[in-house]
Design a protein around this ligand. Structure first.
Ligand SMILES: Nc1nc2c(ncn2[C@@H]2O[C@H](COP(=O)(O)OP(=O)(O)OP(=O)(O)O)[C@@H](O)[C@H]2O)c(=O)[nH]1
Ligand SMILES: [Mg+2]
Length: 472
């Protein structure tokens, strides 16, 4: 993920860019409440330029409650909470990202982890080989609808699918698939036959003859997970050797969906899950736990009753949608401004109390380098704006000054008055400059300091400083 890891903290720009490329998608009701809660928790913590362990702890507690309330599986919540806490404690202090932003990033990363990290697409074979997709699930979970949706989706991608009605229990089921197939413009195979295995066998033969490259099998659902259903599915799997054995799980059924997924996976072996009815206003957290509990990826979500209401599932997009993409971007911007305000205030205090030293000076150089412009420095350091000609600040000079400061000892940086002739010579040698350059910098520094002190006490100037910060 762009080389961004917890130990390699991202820059603000990286983060923004990152959020832009993983843009969220169409709004669904599901998870809206969870999303609202998490966003408000994040907003609270991100208002702080500095956060304490206690702040983090209570934020994690609140997140835990929000997840449980959204019906996320208890085991998944525990894992999430533990890892988030671990990461947050090991958070590196980075100059260009505030702790609260890093915390948000950690929450985001852990959420992506729960949802499955990377997009897991269908693992279909090339067009000259037949790929069978077996759709399983309990009664009413959305198998038939999803089979048709999937067929339409794959046809749009250039494949030639055929739908197979392997639900001989109810004739209406085959009829339903035929209607949906017609809507989607996809062939449907049906047969007056009591054995699903025989139907599938005949369907595969037809698909071979007529070069259908994708065979989507819709199966019978039962009210509960029972042995008869599993036996039937086992037989179909043996016979059809599907490349994809998909569970169609109703996202509205809560924790039950997790248990169902577990039993199907244990007995039949799943390659993935499609969550149907993701457009409902159920709490949704359970469905999102399936991946974590079974290790099987969510491949698509159904977002409505129409044929085209099927979306590939992207863990990153889902996480950024849950955390409110737009909100995070503005939060990062706000935090950015907050860091600047805080730093400016610190500098002002230092100037006023006359403790501004070469370390602070050095700090400003680094800032300029990072931001790549002198203007940012001028805006930041009280007293410079309006008094310094931007064009006259030469980056080469700054580099020289930086190396001179780096050759000073800690004590010298804190108290330049002790830098006598002997020390000046040593510093010049150490920085590859001339004593003349060192003298020049020391003079300039004293002058700057006096000017800064004057400016810091100037009410008019202080107003301007506040104005500057407000514009950020
Ligand atoms: N809102 C919404 N409704 C859906 C979605 N998927 C399926 N449905 C509806 O859920 C109901 C059941 O869908 P089916 O596709 O018939 O479910 P099934 O698993 O084939 O059902 P059985 O064959 O009876 O076991 C239908 O009314 C569908 O329109 C979805 O993603 N969103
Ligand atoms: Mg059905």
């Amino acid at each position: 993920m762009l080389g961004i890891t917890a130990t390699n903290p991202i820059s603000v720009d990286n983060f923004k860019f990152y959020l832009y490329i993983i843009e969220g998608h169409s709004g669904a009701l599901m998870l809206e409440r969870l999303s609202g809660k998490l966003i408000s928790i994040i907003k609270q913590i991100s208002g702080k330029a500095l956060i304490s362990d206690k702040n983090i702890e209570s934020a994690i507690d609140e997140i835990k409650l929000a997840l449980l309330e959204a019906d996320v599986n208890l085991r998944v919540v525990r894992r999430f909470v533990n890892r988030t806490a671990e990461d947050a404690m090991g958070m590196k202090v980075a100059r260009d990202v505030t702790p609260s932003q890093q915390f948000v990033k950690i929450v985001y990363d852990r959420l992506v982890e729960i949802l499955g990290e990377k997009r897991s697409a269908l693992d279909l074979k090339g067009p000259d080989t037949q790929s069978v997709i077996l759709c399983m699930g309990l009664q009413g979970s959305g198998k038939t609808t999803t089979a048709a949706k999937l067929g339409a989706f794959l046809a749009r991608e250039g494949r030639k699918p055929i739908l197979v009605a392997a639900d001989p229990v109810r004739p209406a089921a085959a009829e339903q698939l035929a209607v949906l197939g017609k809507q989607a413009g996809i062939d449907v195979f049906r047969l007056e036959e009591k054995s699903p295995a025989k139907i599938v066998k005949k369907a595969l033969e037809k698909a071979g003859r007529e070069q259908f490259d994708t065979v989507i099998v819709d199966t019978t659902g039962r009210m509960h997970v029972d042995d008869a259903m599993m036996k039937e599915l086992e037989e179909l799997k043996r016979l059809a050797r599907p490349v994809e054995s998909l569970l169609i799980a109703d996202a509205m059924t809560g924790q039950q969906a997790v248990d169902i997924a577990k039993s199907f996976d244990e007995r039949i072996g799943l390659t993935g899950v499609i969550l149907s009815k993701f457009d409902s206003d159920a709490r949704g957290g359970a469905a999102l736990s399936i991946r974590s509990i079974t290790g099987r990826p969510i491949k698509y979500v159904g977002t409505g009753e129409k044929i085209e209401d099927l979306e590939p599932f992207y863990p990153e997009r889902m996480a950024s949608r849950i955390l409110g993409r737009g909100d995070i971007v503005s939060l990062v911007e706000k935090a950015e401004a907050a860091i600047e305000a805080e730093e400016a205030e610190q500098i002002r205090e230092k100037m006023e109390s006359n403790t501004f030293d070469f370390d602070d000076y050095l700090d400003q150089f680094r800032r300029v380098k990072k931001m790549g412009s002198v203007r940012s420095l001028i805006e930041m350091i009280p007293g410079l704006q309006g008094n310094v000609d931007e064009d006259k600040i030469n980056l080469e000079d700054m580099k020289k000054e930086e190396s001179i400061i780096l050759s000073m000892t800690r004590k010298e940086r804190k108290n330049p008055l002790i830098i006598g002739p002997g020390r000046r010579k040593r510093i010049a040698r150490g920085s590859g400059t001339a004593v003349f350059d060192v003298n020049k910098l020391l003079k300039k520094f004293e002058k700057t300091k006096i000017m800064m002190k004057k400016m810091a006490r100037n009410k008019d100037y202080q107003q301007r400083l506040i104005g500057n910060l407000d514009r950020h």
